[in-house]
Design a protein around this ligand. Structure first.
Ligand code: TRP
Ligand code: SF4
Length: 439
């Protein structure tokens, strides 16, 4: 099979997530050990990750960690967008501090959306729904890319460690691509890494929960974060753990400081200034994260950023009701959080299911819940109880329920959800200022 490419501005449905993971080196996500994991985590909707170990460790040991995401204020908020915020709310409940970028610079650069329009959509469509869905104001900031100077500064400064060929290779930019657009990924890197600046909480593990379409930005952010580290920690060919200074100034002081920072945890430390290295003879591969952590204060003292490589979780893109992607540009494919119950019921009624051509045949052969957009609604959004979901799956498979039944039930649950969220949105109007910050 051809290697798939991922382009964040041309999201489409991917059919083979296993292949994507292999092609791009994404690890399998496993929620074991997490406290009360969210249904999207339990059900394999979140299927992959990069560097989630750092986050899991932080959760289990009650250490600070950040969660950061961004919203692109392009149109109304639909259920596909809801997944990210569901994850944010879950991770907030297990200790994360939250930052959310309104990607107004991106919307302007890519789609020509004026900044004031972006602001209006962000607040009326997204922020109100986020609050209605349960986002808490404590340790939570929603900011605008265009107003946060640290984000823009980082975009510029961090650009020093990437080049045009890399940007073209990752994003497929061409000679005609406008420069604003070329700059967008760096602004997103600025979003992702600025929360580790001292002003925004100092270096700490940072989770970016995204749809798989955003992976190019994650790879770029991780590469850049690493490129700015002053040390490289790695296993050598002869299986030793080494700490290597990547800079040329002040190396002996840097190594001395690293030695004393790590001295508390490791006993067999060999310093080799000629190689700009320290070898930790009693460390193993399991210690790599801990060593990186230990070196952060040293890097800060020497003028570095000490960035932790940002971690990411990847969720499947929710297929649209028409069977294509869920998109504002395909009418009827998406359910919006501001839809009426009737409107939503109509879309559900017309949606593509995994049913058979006739009721008889379906009773005989059973339906195909794995290829059914109504079942996906249950699984991603509407049914919280795992046992109930499983029962419905089985009843579909063995032909004891038919699609009409599911559509009716889905419409009822959706109506309850939409009513509830409508009420909460109204209450949310009063508390927006507890969330949105002006710089
Ligand atoms: N590019 C994202 C989108 O199109 C929005 C975004 C901006 C974002 N900054 C971010 C997402 C930082 C995650 C992290 O939806
Ligand atoms: Fe989907 Fe329900 Fe039809 Fe099965 S019976 S294919 S789950 S709508």
């Amino acid at each position: 099979m051809d290697r798939q490419t991922i382009n964040p501005w041309d999201a489409r449905l991917f059919d083979d997530y296993g292949q994507i993971m292999e092609d791009f080196g994404i690890d399998h996500f496993d929620c074991t050990d997490l406290p009360h994991p969210h249904r999207l985590l339990r059900r394999g909707v979140v299927f992959g990750h990069r560097g989630f170990g750092l986050i899991k460790d932080s959760i289990l040991s009650n250490e600070p960690f950040a969660i950061l995401t961004g919203l692109s204020p392009s149109g109304a908020m639909h259920l596909g967008h809801k997944m990210t915020i569901d994850e944010v709310i879950y991770f907030q409940s297990v200790g994360a501090d939250v930052s959310i970028a309104v990607a107004d610079i991106e919307s302007y650069a890519v789609r020509g959306m004026p900044l004031d329009k972006a602001r209006e959509i962000a607040i009326n469509e997204y922020v109100l729904n986020y609050i209605a869905l349960g986002l808490q104001p404590d340790k939570c900031q929603i900011y605008f890319q265009s107003k946060r100077s640290e984000v823009k500064d980082l975009a510029y400064l961090l650009g020093r460690k990437t080049n045009l060929s890399t940007m073209k290779a990752i994003y497929g930019f061409e000679g005609e691509t406008n420069m604003g657009h070329v700059f967008v990924p760096l602004v997103q890197v600025g979003d992702i890494l600025h929360v580790q600046l001292e002003k925004y909480g100092s270096p700490r593990p940072t989770l970016v929960p995204v749809g798989i379409d955003q992976d190019p930005h994650i790879r770029l952010s991780r590469d850049i974060a690493g490129a700015f580290r002053l040390f490289n920690v790695s296993k050598t060919k002869d299986n030793k753990i080494g700490v290597f200074a990547k800079v040329d100034e002040n190396v002996s002081q840097l190594l001395d400081d690293a030695e004393s920072a790590l001295g508390g945890e490791f006993n067999q430390i060999k310093k080799m200034p000629d190689y700009k290295a320290i070898y930790l003879d009693d460390a193993t591969e399991q210690d790599l994260d801990r060593i990186e952590r230990g070196l952060v204060p040293v890097e800060l003292r020497h003028g570095g950023y000490g960035f932790f490589p940002p971690s990411a979780t990847y969720h499947r893109l929710l297929p649209g009701l028409s069977g294509d992607k869920m998109s504002s540009s395909i009418p009827g494919s998406a359910i919006y959080l501001t839809d009426t119950s009737d409107g939503a019921a109509k879309k559900i009624g017309n949606s593509k299911t995994g049913g058979r051509v006739s009721a008889d045949e379906q009773k005989r052969l059973g339906g195909e819940p794995d290829h059914c957009s109504v079942f996906e609604l249950f699984k991603y959004h509407l049914i919280e109880d795992d046992a109930e979901l499983k029962e419905r799956y089985n009843m579909c498979k063995n032909g004891t329920i038919l699609c009409g039944h599911c559509k009716k039930y889905a419409s009822e649950l959706m109506s309850q959800f939409l009513e509830d969220i409508r009420e909460k949105r109204e209450q949310a109007l009063d508390v927006i200022d507890d969330y949105v910050v002006e710089n």
